[in-house]
Ligand binder design. Structure first.
Ligand code: SF4
Length: 356
């Protein structure tokens, strides 16, 4: 829902200001799916709104629910025909988190990511970003799904700091009490490591959580698998994270995808621990070890390949992941092994590719 267009509609129709509050509450807080459900408005006004306005900026192509019911993926088609994906996850019973996209595709080209393989098509508008949250609010209501919808993570398709104007505007709408009303601390922005963006987040939204898709603690490997590292290498990232602590004094989540034989050796764990200690404030750095969800396409690298013989990157086994965690602990770094949700419906980390 484009809030500016809604305001304009009310002005053009000489409607009193309190109507805006009523409509915003019904749409953003209550999650109505059509204007006709807003019974505080006259029938005439509801009909006019149905004719002239729309609540969501896209159509729903497909919704898939995982067998355990803990993750639901929606494929959405924008007005221009682009396909984007968003996922609703229940990390624990009674709570729901939405993982939202901010771009169609992604320019960052991380070698292990399905979105990265699509390439970049365009930035999503502010409305298209927040409408994903609105969609899930409506979905929960329509399907009588209980639980609190409490967290939003910018971890879907795209790099949030490469669409900062629209992402920052969407954050403002999500934390606005009169609109979505989420707490700043319920929001997380995940970046592949764009230093300038980290600085902006710290200055503009110090209470919003920051997650870094680190995945490698050596420049050599990070250069190979995450081209962002050639622009902002590990040293620049370290300096940005130090600065982030000075500005916010808040926790940072370091995401580390477990790739079999690629970044999961004892040496990799030692390098990661050394890197963490070189940043300092280790009590504020939390490492999440994430199971990798294999994507079926072959991955091509420009230099020496460390892939399996079929050219497919595989996830580290449970045992190797556990050993990696123990190795980190030996170096005084605590980590959480994160449960991966939604693999079977391709809704998990790195699997979103706007496929029908
Ligand atoms: S991991 Fe994130 S930043 Fe990297 S290509 Fe995928 S969507 Fe883009």
């Amino acid at each position: 829902m484009d809030i500016k267009k809604l305001e304009q509609f009310l002005q053009e129709n000489n409607l009193p200001k309190f109507r805006l509050g009523q409509i915003q509450k019904a749409i953003f807080a209550d999650g109505v799916s059509s204007f006709s459900e807003i019974t505080t408005l006259s029938k005439e006004l509801r009909e006019k709104m149905e004719e002239e306005m729309r609540i969501l900026s896209f159509e729903v192509e497909k919704v898939l629910t995982a067998e355990d019911g803990q993750s639901i993926k929606a494929l959405l088609k924008t007005v221009g025909g682009d396909l984007i994906e968003t996922v609703l996850i229940s990390p624990k019973p009674g709570t729901w988190s939405a993982c939202i996209s901010c771009q169609v595709g992604c320019a960052m080209g991380c070698r292990f990511c399905a979105t990265g393989k699509m390439g970049f098509k365009r930035n999503l508008t502010t409305e298209e970003i927040t409408d994903q949250v609105l969609f899930w609010r409506q979905y929960l209501k329509r399907n009588n799904i209980e639980g609190s919808f409490s967290n939003i993570v910018y971890m879907g398709m795209g790099e949030p700091f490469l669409n900062w104007d629209n992402v920052s505007e969407s954050i403002k709408n999500l934390i606005d009490e009169k609109i979505f009303g989420f707490g700043s601390r319920s929001l997380s922005v995940s970046t592949s490591g764009i230093v300038e963006g980290i600085e902006k987040l710290a200055m503009e939204f110090p209470q919003v959580n920051l997650a870094i898709s680190l995945h490698f603690a050596s420049d050599k490997k990070r250069d190979l698998y995450m081209p962002v590292n050639k622009m902002d290498n590990l040293e620049s990232l370290r300096n940005a994270l130090k600065q982030y602590f000075e500005t916010t004094n808040r926790k940072i989540f370091l995401e580390y995808i477990m790739l079999d034989g690629i970044n999961d050796t004892a040496l990799d764990a030692k390098l990661l621990a050394d890197y963490i200690y070189s940043i300092g404030n280790t009590h504020l750095l939390h490492v999440n070890l994430i199971r990798y969800n294999t994507i079926t396409e072959k991955t091509e690298l420009n230099s020496e390949s460390e892939l399996s013989s079929e050219g497919i990157i595989n996830s580290s086994s449970k045992t190797r992941t556990q050993l990696f965690k123990q190795e980190l602990e030996k170096h005084r770094v605590n980590a959480t092994i994160r449960k991966s949700l939604g693999e079977e419906i391709k809704a998990a980390c790195g699997q979103l590719a706007g496929e029908k």
